[in-house]
Write a protein that binds this ligand. Structure first.
Ligand SMILES: Nc1ncnc2c1ncn2[C@@H]1O[C@H](COP(=O)(O)OP(=O)(O)OP(=O)(O)O)[C@@H](O)[C@H]1O
Ligand SMILES: [Mg+2]
Length: 372
């Protein structure tokens, strides 16, 4: 088993803070994805877990034991890299058995383990081939297999699918998720691909600039993003965000901005600068076939993109670009001036200064709204 606790972990490269005071607990058997843009510190964090890079601050505990300074081979954690790093002169069997032979496991036991892993990863027909005689997906499976033969308590994977083409990536994604269920081992998986994180992980750690922005299930990070950064990192197109001011008038809280008017809920508030967020799939045209809520965006349609089953209308509200996504046809045409609306439950509010999610004291738990 592998329960990994990370406490105040930091890594400094000269003046660059690659990882900044990260706290995180990965429970035994979890599939945790580290998700974030290029340069946010994902690889650095994973390398510190693997023991390939020494932390500048903080501790790492494995099942309660401090392993911050333990050598990689004493950690019972196997790392799978983005570049498969296979030995080109060894066959698939040779590559798979390498980690065992180098740790003096008896010959018969090695053969048994290699056969079992090859079977699980559908590599049996390729055991005598060399890496250059394999497809990208097969090479990737050998790299995963090489981590599996040691039967580690946890797998640390750094963008293992990024060298595969789109179709193979989807297939391998499904295989990896199934492998995780079968092995019941702990997985820490680095990716900058939100689809990989959303589809495979039991929890997602969203990182930015070396820091953890939010930790949550895929549903939590998508449905209740903790910050504007998380809101606009996830989703395709990402969440629309518009500046507005929240005030109260006649006992009702409201939000107003350039091209946006929203009646929120009964209550009082001093004026507050906010960012209003709404996902493209939650916006509909106001009117006979749309929801009629107390939120209105005055939008001008600038482009309509056909995605096959769906369409995306790229609009502008004031100076802010706003996307609308829905089943095709959306019945929006370039040049249209339309009123867009959404259910109050689908509206997100963030503080304009801290960029963190806001919840008002008098905000109803289940938001409902009267038509304005
Ligand atoms: N050996 C190093 N020396 C100096 N700076 C480094 C070193 N390794 C990483 N960095 C810096 O630390 C930061 C984090 O890098 P890291 O490789 O962890 O990012 P990442 O999230 O894995 O990005 P990517 O998605 O591009 O792989 C970056 O600013 C990077 O330039
Ligand atoms: Mg990286």
């Amino acid at each position: 088993m592998a329960r990994i606790q990370i406490e105040g972990l930091g890594k400094q490269f000269g003046a660059t803070t690659a990882v900044d005071a990260v706290d995180l607990t990965v429970e035994d058997g979890e599939f945790v994805a580290l998700l974030g843009p290029s340069g946010c510190g994902k690889t650095t964090l994973l390398r510190m877990l693997a023991g390939l890079s020494a932390p500048s601050a903080g501790r790492i505990l494995l099942n309660g034991t401090d392993i911050t300074h333990a050598s990689p081979k004493d950690r019972d954690l196997a790392m799978v890299f983005q570049s498969y790093a296979l030995y080109p002169h060894l066959t698939v069997a040779g590559n798979l058995s390498y980690p065992l032979r180098s740790s003096r496991v008896p010959r018969a036991r090695v053969a048994e383990q290699v056969a079992a892993v090859a079977e699980q990863l559908a590599l049996t027909p390729f055991l005598s081939r060399r890496p250059k005689e394999l497809s990208g997906g097969q090479r990737q499976r050998v790299a995963v297999g090489r981590a599996m033969v040691r039967n580690p308590a946890a797998f640390l994977m750094d963008e293992p699918l990024s060298n595969l083409d789109a179709k193979l990536r989807t297939a391998t994604r499904t295989e990896l998720a199934a492998l995780h269920r079968r092995l019941g081992a702990t997985f820490v998986y680095v990716t900058h691909d939100q689809v990989e994180a959303m589809t495979m992980a039991s929890r997602i750690v969203v990182m930015d600039g070396g820091r953890v922005e939010q930790v949550g299930t895929p549903e939590e990070v998508y449905d209740s993003p903790a910050s504007v950064f998380v809101a606009t990192f996830l989703g395709a197109p990402p969440m629309n965000v518009l500046p507005a001011t929240v005030t109260s008038a006649d006992g009702r809280v409201r939000a107003d901005g350039d091209g946006i008017r929203a009646e929120l809920w009964p209550g009082q508030t001093p004026p507050h600068e906010v960012v209003v967020g709404v996902r493209p799939e939650h916006l509909v045209r106001r009117g006979p076939d749309g929801v009629d809520a107390g939120i209105l965006l005055d939008a001008r349609v600038e482009a309509v993109e056909n995605l096959g089953s769906e369409e995306v209308a790229q609009c502008r509200v004031g100076d802010t670009p706003v996307a609308v996504r829905g089943p095709r046809p959306l019945r929006l045409a370039v040049g249209d001036q339309v009123s867009l609306t959404c259910s109050l439950a689908d509206l997100h509010l963030f503080d304009a200064t801290t960029r963190r999610r806001l919840r008002w004291v008098d905000e109803p738990a289940e938001r409902t709204v009267a038509v304005g």
